[in-house]
Design a binder for this molecule. Structure first.
Ligand code: WQD
Length: 354
């Protein structure tokens, strides 16, 4: 199928594009490179030994978006593009509403314009808010505890109402838990800009010596060792979940929601211990104050995806850490800086061919 991937140069996007190419799909990518590098796409095309169309397109530029849709005529869209830093969203809510919600609205209208009504959406377990009913199932009531989470919640509701208004739409809302890890080649992986918000990339940067120690946000939670528990899922398993959802949508109309998690939780200290063990590097840490807005623990009930999609996460914490460590060792400072947002589509195509 002709699949258009928004944010396909990003962490989860690039791993999903690789699997789409390996499955024989024709892939085009719309990315504004605000938090990604075309280098990830170049490496993906090298790994897959197949080419992609890569366009420097911002979802807020409806004209560029429409032009791409007219040109590519995609049969399905996987939508990753979005801002996702919780703290930043609290400081700049309007930036998050405009980029995530208006961007998605523009995307849906561009899809309509070419009769493309199959969408896989990158949602998040953050829509469960501070629910304490664990494990989290898809029917758990939604709520938001920050503007980022509220954008995901609003988009899920938009998509449900769109599907209810027009039975021709096939939509998958995929609620990610905590994506971590990297492709086994070590060529692509998570490349956070600045100080990592998330635990695993921060631990990796301590292990590689880029940072002094991990600040453990709270040691007095009601969990086994007092530190936060999360459902970490390998990015390869996560990407496979997208292909399984895309297959399901070929046969099913309407809006559907699935958790993509392992169903198991790991604590901060367990992650740090695993990293020290796998990397052979000491990982210094210090227990500090809780981070506002954090919950003690959350992890998925992943049964629905197993039953509907025949999908379940296969990789455990050890492999997540092994693959993350290989990526970090091979790319101590992530992808090299490329001024991609100034590059024309022709320059991007030439770069991919290089
Ligand atoms: C994991 C655990 C922290 C950093 C967030 C978003 C969610 C999704 C995934 C986008 C928690 C602890 C962390 C650190 C720490 N993002 N921690 N020291 O908060 O579960 O989820 O990222 O979709 O929407 O909310 O992930 O990696 O930030 O935190 O102790 O330096 O690690 O308290 O217990 P989180 P995280």
């Amino acid at each position: 199928m002709r699949v258009l991937v928004t944010g396909g140069a990003g962490y989860i996007g690039s791993h999903t594009v690789l699997q789409l190419l390996q499955e024989g799909h024709e892939v085009s990518i719309a990315d504004n490179f605000s938090n990604s590098s075309p280098e990830s796409v170049r490496r993906v095309t090298s790994l897959a030994e197949r080419s992609v169309v890569l366009r420097n397109v911002d979802l807020l530029n409806q004209a560029d978006l429409n032009a791409m849709f007219q040109d590519i005529q995609p049969e399905a869209v996987i939508h990753f593009a979005g801002l996702k830093a919780v703290g930043e969203s609290v400081a700049q809510p309007l930036k998050y509403y405009r980029n995530n919600v208006t961007g998605t609205l523009n995307l849906l209208e561009s899809m309509e314009s070419v009769g493309c009504r199959t969408l896989v959406f990158s949602s998040s377990a953050t829509v469960y808010g501070e629910s304490t009913a664990l494990p989290l199932v898809e029917s758990t009531p939604r709520s938001a505890t920050n503007p980022y989470g509220r954008t995901k919640l609003h988009i899920e509701e938009m998509l449900e109402e769109l599907a209810a208004s027009d039975g021709r739409w096939s939509i998958a809302n995929l609620r990610y838990f905590n994506p971590v890890g990297a492709h086994e080649s070590g060529l692509i992986g998570e490349d956070p800009q600045g100080i990592p918000n998330n635990l695993m990339p921060y631990v990796a940067q301590v292990a590689i010596g880029r940072r002094e120690k991990v600040g453990v946000f709270g040691g007095d939670y009601p969990t086994a060792d007092g530190t936060g528990v999360r459902d970490y899922i390998h990015v390869i398993d996560l990407a496979a979940g997208h292909l399984a959802a895309l297959d399901y949508l070929q046969e099913s109309k309407g809006a559907h929601t699935w958790n993509l998690g392992t169903g198991a939780g790991s604590s901060v200290l367990e992650v740090i211990d695993a990293f020290a063990r796998v990397s052979g590097q000491p990982v210094a840490y210090e227990i500090v104050d809780r981070r506002p807005g954090d919950v003690a623990e959350n992890y998925a009930n992943a049964e629905k995806a197993r039953l509907d999609l025949g999908w379940k996460a296969e990789r455990g914490l050890e492999q997540m850490v092994e693959d993350m460590w290989r990526w970090q060792k091979m790319n101590p400072t992530g992808f090299d800086e490329i001024p991609a947002s100034e590059m024309t589509d022709e320059e991007l195509a030439e770069f991919l061919g290089s």
